[in-house]
Design a protein around this ligand. Structure first.
Ligand SMILES: Nc1ncnc2c1ncn2[C@@H]1O[C@H](COP(=O)(O)OP(=O)(O)OP(=O)(O)O)[C@@H](O)[C@H]1O
Length: 580
């Protein structure tokens, strides 16, 4: 299920809001473009006068003065055009900085479940390729388009003021322009939005290939993966081809529409001159105007095309949901009703019609250590994801006290519960940034060093060349696997949730890891509610209670000893594991 696209009202609302927030810069840019265009219109008038003066046999000084004036106009025009574009670029950049920050903030607020459903590639292409596309639109297309529209409008007015009769020659282009626009733009809109979606597909596919490279290699899926990449690429190229085909009709027709009026004006001009209705200078001026119109008209259509691309990109960027579509956070009264974890009749399916949890009821008092065991595919990890608020139940509720986890804003969720898996990602960033992830707040160095100390990574950190500011991760200072685990634990220390869900991370508890890590983990667990998803049964012995999950249901619940004595599924699992 891909992320939604913004609709017309959302795009308009964004444009209005952005326009209002930057009213002064926007007005200044518009004024500069208007002024540039008006100055640009003086040139042809001067040349027209020059032609008239020469044909009337005027003095040399007058010709010199007109030529000098023409030069001065050119210089002023160039200076104004530069100022207008510079202001437009500054304006565009500040708008874009906001768009970038906004889309990244929204993406980070999305729950993992939504991101996984949509595919990370979709989100990635929206926050990179689409933002870049919009960047080009705002920085280049919007100002150029504005300049082109103003130039066309004012040039037409100037032509009409100079000679309405000659200006009529422009009309020959109108039917052609209307027809080709009505043919091209609706087709281009669909082609372009499909093309952007297909390119996002390419990005997703390549991203997944790179991420899963080892799996692909070990399962000898290289050929199949290559074929899949070829297929998505082919689809994107096909869209690109369709778009080019549309352009190959559109652009030559436009060219024709620009030249036809010049021919028409020359014809009308020659005829009017002979009839004594128009001076030679007037004909020159209007032809020059018509000729100068072809450039802004060409720009207008080229940039309209670019604006369409930008619009499609904007609908994708604004489509990244502000609040997760699957939940409605409302920041309930903080921690009013305690930290007891309560699951009531929780049902969940990854795909419609294929329920994997069939009504889970569970109550875990604050501070208890519960281990969930069960056969592979029973739904243990899924329960963990629901408790951590990563996924949302189809029905029923997961709550701390009487506050549902999905009703809490994401930042608040992290203070309640953290899911710790074996995937310990180290970001290519400073050690400080790697640790500061849990909350968007400034941590004091002492707090960060304390957290490192708690998990036993203080010595490693002390040996770093730039301390907390050392860039670690891929391309930076290397991080041994054990330290990566410790950093993940240090993040949890900083997030300080009252409940921890350990999925696979429990292999740490199984005694595989170094004593130091084990010690770090037990310091971390002390005083918190712990839900450990055990893939091996060792862990269960030290738990307060054990829940046995089978086929998406809790089939047994109780202390290790009691369950062994009851001689049910747990006892059977135990016998299978230890042969007792
Ligand atoms: N992302 C997913 N999309 C679709 N189905 C999924 C997804 N993740 C898990 N499932 C299915 O949901 C069911 C429960 O899976 P879950 O991972 O919760 O089981 P588990 O008890 O943790 O198993 P294991 O011990 O093998 O990790 C399985 O049938 C699994 O195939």
């Amino acid at each position: 299920m891909s992320l939604p696209l913004a609709d017309r009202t959302e795009v308009l609302r964004w444009l209005r809001r952005t326009g209002a927030a930057h009213r002064r810069e926007f007005t200044l840019v518009m004024l500069l473009f208007g002024l540039t265009t008006v100055v640009g219109l003086i040139g042809p008038q001067l040349l027209g006068r020059l032609v008239d003066s020469v044909s009337a046999g005027t003095a040399a000084w007058r010709v010199d003065a007109l030529a000098g004036g023409f030069l001065a106009v050119l210089v002023v025009h160039a200076l104004l055009a530069r100022a207008a574009r510079l202001r437009a670029a500054v304006f565009g950049e500040s708008v874009l900085a906001e768009v970038r920050e906004d889309v990244v903030a929204r993406a980070l607020r999305l729950p993992l479940g939504t991101v996984e459903d949509a595919g990370t590639g979709d989100l990635l292409s929206r926050s990179t390729a689409d933002v870049d596309r919009l960047d080009f639109t705002v920085r280049e297309a919007a100002p150029e388009l504005t300049a082109a529209v103003l130039t066309i409008a004012l040039t037409v007015v100037a032509m009409l003021l100079t000679s309405p009769l000659l200006a009529c020659g422009m009309l020959v282009a109108v039917p052609l322009l209307v027809a080709v626009s009505r043919w091209y733009f609706p087709r281009a809109a669909t082609t372009i939005s499909r093309m952007l979606r297909d390119w996002a597909g390419v990005q997703s596919s390549i991203h997944e290939t790179v991420r899963g490279a080892r799996t692909i290699d070990s399962l000898r899926l290289t050929e199949r993966r290559r074929a899949h990449n070829d297929e998505v690429l082919e689809r994107a190229i096909d869209g690109e081809r369709r778009h080019r085909t549309l352009l190959s009709v559109f652009l030559p027709t436009l060219e024709l529409a620009y030249v036809l009026p010049i021919a028409a004006i020359l014809l009308i001009g020659g005829w009017s001159y002979q009839a004594g209705w128009a001076e030679l200078g007037t004909v020159t001026t209007v032809v020059l105007y018509a000729a100068t119109l072809s450039a802004p008209l060409a720009e207008l259509f080229a940039w309209l095309e670019e604006m369409q691309l930008g619009h499609a990109a904007l609908t994708r960027i604004l489509g990244v949901p502000d609040s997760p579509p699957d939940r409605a956070p409302q920041d309930p009264a903080p921690r009013g009703a305690g930290h007891d974890l309560v699951l009531r009749d929780v049902r969940f399916s990854y795909r419609a019609g294929r329920e994997v949890l069939h009504g889970i009821d569970l109550r875990v008092p604050a501070g208890e250590r519960l281990v969930i065991v069960g056969p592979s595919g029973a739904g243990k990890s899924t329960i963990g994801r629901l408790i951590a608020g990563v996924s949302v139940p189809d029905s029923g509720s997961v709550a701390f006290g009487d506050v549902e986890i999905t009703a809490m804003p994401t930042a608040r969720t992290r203070r309640e519960v953290v899911l710790l898996t074996q995937e310990h990602h180290v970001f290519t960033a400073s050690l400080r940034d790697n640790l500061s992830l849990p909350e968007a707040r400034e941590w004091r160095d002492a707090e960060l060093l304390d957290a490192l100390g708690t998990v036993g990574a203080a010595d490693w950190a002390a040996r770093l060349p730039d301390g907390l500011d050392t860039i670690i991760g891929s391309g930076g200072h290397p991080v041994p696997a054990a330290v990566a685990q410790q950093l993940a634990l240090a993040r949890v220390v900083l997030a300080d949730p009252h409940t921890l869900v350990l999925d696979e991370a429990t292999s740490l508890l199984d005694g595989d890891s170094s004593r130091e890590l084990e010690r770090s983990l037990s310091t971390l667990l002390a005083g918190r509610t712990v839900i450990a998803i055990a893939h091996r049964l060792h862990t269960a012995r030290t738990a307060d209670r054990v829940a046995v999950v089978d086929g998406g249901r809790v089939v047994e619940l109780g202390a290790h000893r009691d369950l062994l004595a009851a001689d049910g599924s747990y006892a059977a699992l135990h016998r299978a594991a230890f042969g007792e």
